[in-house]
Write a protein that binds this ligand. Structure first.
Ligand code: ADP
Ligand code: MG
Length: 353
């Protein structure tokens, strides 16, 4: 039996949804600008509550404000917040937000875009990643001079929630197989628990095949024979690595979106979670990943017609007309892609609504 949870609260005022927008750093703000433009032309009934987090500040006020806003609205659209790796005092705000909201699962639907040049075609893989613990526990310390310990935390309760989410997802979406990715031959206790838990949950879903694979072999198999994978589950760090491998296979960081869920809140963002600082302000960032995250968000809010209107416009622009930014080998600017998407929205026949 699936445990009953409180429904995700969603802010709805006069027929319009309020959604927290965290642009983050790098290309985040320009991508959010494109989302707002596209939503305006698509008539999407969403009002964004903008929260800027200053990555240079050591104050936690911005972060607290962001978390309060998401708790109020229930839903967030997010760019990546820069974390200075040289500063040991400041924790990653991205991790802090996910932990504070208990967004325990990340779902990345890695799929090929017909018409986009890529190393592999017809990819259709769901990566389900534990999103709040594992190697991201942020419990590191220097026990004595020159000896650093970093704790990887795996709990049965979180392993169970992720596994159950994966099998339920597989069932609902007519998927046939779930593969647990691990390194239980070396990390016998932590990955061992994650693997054992997924095996236990798998028994409740006899209609879905379950197998497992060691993370290193998984990376090799993904590059050489990715079509064997259907739904994959894994701990936090393996999740980010495998997600980046698969995004690389289908066309890079600018295409796919990721979804973060807990029992109460949902957060949508580009799949590989980059800041793209080096390409910011140059009008070359691919707007598709963030637009795709905004489509996921509209689906989550139940605005099916608006989400289809925008995803149809994206498909025509990217797959049919092949208007591509430089990361996909094209010559179009970000704003040219967005303008084309808007043109398609304006041309769409929405009289049937
Ligand atoms: P991180 O945020 O992890 O530091 P980067 O910001 O350096 O990573 O991004 C990794 C790579 O992905 C860079 O080459 C960056 O230019 C590219 N990238 C990320 N997002 C996009 C995007 N939307 N469009 C095009 N390239 C992107
Ligand atoms: Mg960066």
């Amino acid at each position: 039996l699936v445990k009953k949870t409180t429904p995700i609260p969603i802010a709805l005022y006069g027929g319009r949804h309020a959604v927290t927008m965290l642009p983050g750093g790098g290309i985040g703000p320009e991508l959010m600008g494109y989302v707002k433009q596209v939503f305006k032309y698509a008539g999407a009934p969403v009002d964004f509550e903008l929260v800027d987090i200053d990555p240079k500040s050591d104050e936690t006020n911005d972060l607290e404000y962001a978390i309060t806003s998401i708790k109020r609205n229930g839903v967030c659209l997010k760019g990546n917040i820069e974390t200075r790796s040289e500063s040991t005092g400041v924790q990653s705000r991205n991790v802090a937000i996910r932990n504070e909201l208990d967004l325990y699962v990340n779902v990345l639907h890695c799929h090929s875009y017909p018409g986009v040049p890529a190393r592999q075609s017809n990819i259709d893989i769901i990566i389900i990643r534990q999103n709040t613990e594992g190697e991201y526990a942020m419990l590191e310390h220097e026990s004595v001079d020159g000896v650093v310990e970093s704790m990887k935390v795996v709990t049965q309760s979180n392993s169970e929630r992720v596994a159950r989410f994966a099998f339920e997802y597989a069932r609902r979406n007519n998927r046939k197989k779930v593969t647990t990715i691990h390194k239980a031959n070396i990390m016998k206790l932590s990955d061992g628990l994650f693997l054992e838990t997924s095996r236990k949950i798998a028994k409740e879903y006899p209609d879905i095949e379950h197998n497992d694979m060691i993370i290193d072999n998984c990376c090799m198999q993904l590059v050489s024979n990715p079509h064997q994978f259907d739904v994959m589950i894994m701990t936090n760090l393996y999740g980010t690595i495998v997600s980046n491998v698969v995004c690389g296979l289908v066309g890079g960081a600018g295409l796919l979106s990721g979804k973060n869920y807990g029992d109460h809140y949902a957060m949508f963002e580009p799949g590989t979670r980059n800041t793209g600082t080096a390409i910011a302000g140059k009008n070359i960032a691919n707007p598709i990943a963030m637009l795709s995250a905004s489509i996921d968000m509209l689906d989550h809010l139940g605005h099916k017609q608006h989400s289809e209107l925008i995803s149809d416009a994206l498909r025509k622009t990217i797959c049919e007309e092949k208007i591509h930014t430089p990361d996909l080998g094209g010559t179009a600017t970000s704003t040219e892609v967005v303008q084309r998407v808007i043109d398609h929205i304006l041309q769409a026949d929405i009289r049937a609504w």
